[in-house]
Design a protein around this ligand. Sequence first.
Ligand code: Q9C
Ligand code: ZN
Length: 347
Amino acid sequence: MITFYNDRHSLHQGRVEMFRGALVPCFEVAARADRVLDELRRRRLGAIEPAQVFDDVALTRIHAPRYVEFLRGAWDEWVALDPANGQRDALPSVWPVRGHRSDVLPENFAARMGLFSFDAGTPLTAGTWHAARTGAWCALSAAGRVLAGERAAFALTRPPGHHAGQDFFGGYCFLNNAALAAQALRDGGAGRVAVLDIDYHHGNGTQCIFYDRADVLYASLHGDPRSEYPFYLGHADETGAGAGRGCNLNLPLPRGTGFETWFAALGQALRAIAGYRAEALVVSLGVDTFAGDPISGFRLQSDDYFQVGEALAAAGLPSVFVFEGGYAVDAVGINTANVLEGFQRRA
Ligand code: Q9C
Ligand code: ZN
């Protein structure tokens, strides 16, 4: 399988995230992508290429222009507030809630940080924009290669994407790589596209983006939002709206869920995708479902990921894989490569 590797990913280097009242070291670290790259090379799983270049207008197929403009200039604005900010990550600390205005763009930088985000766990750093933009290019490149006839392609990038919405960041995500890939597949001629999200966390950004559309099915298995991040979306009764009614499938599972139960839910999602008659598949590939993940609660073992890849291949669809979460740094390369190797074996 061809991999589009974000060779700028380490420009995004968060120092700290807010957790239980303290600033703690980030879980979403550069070593994650490095370990995956090492493992793909070690196993010779296929060609590894840099992304093609796209202009910022390509991002506005999914993201709001004023949000893209904000991300592009945010670091410079942050440092302009105080030169000492150059040594500090930018984190939001104030947000609009129900009944507040989001149509008026505040002049104040902190107010705009809050307008365009939903948590204080997602530091914006000096290189965030360049890393995220190059990552989006990886997803667009992978979609392009699949449209050109490749059975599958992998966008190996960080920061991840599935929590990012049309105009918000959060959950370590800034640009929604999977949504950009799905839209690129649609724009390139795929009539119906399915996004299958197997990260531990619900992809609230992706769901929001496609919630009222019939041309993209979003299906997700994830930790039950009643107890798990991102908390405010991902319940089973969210099935789509308007033209998109019936085109959203959430399969929340309790903390502690092991492979057998999880794999049965994967089968259910894949049957929904077959029933939808998807012509192409985007997989939000997070491996924070691993038993050893430091921030998640499922119990998959490394060997289980081969079977995951095989089941995805059995769907028989042209597929774009997009790297999302997975924070057990020592295992993230093995687990991710196991999915891709399982897929190749069966494809
Ligand atoms: N201190 C993805 O997996 N909160 N994002 C974790 C731990 C945020 C995860 C709290 C988790 C976001 C792409
Ligand atoms: Zn996750």
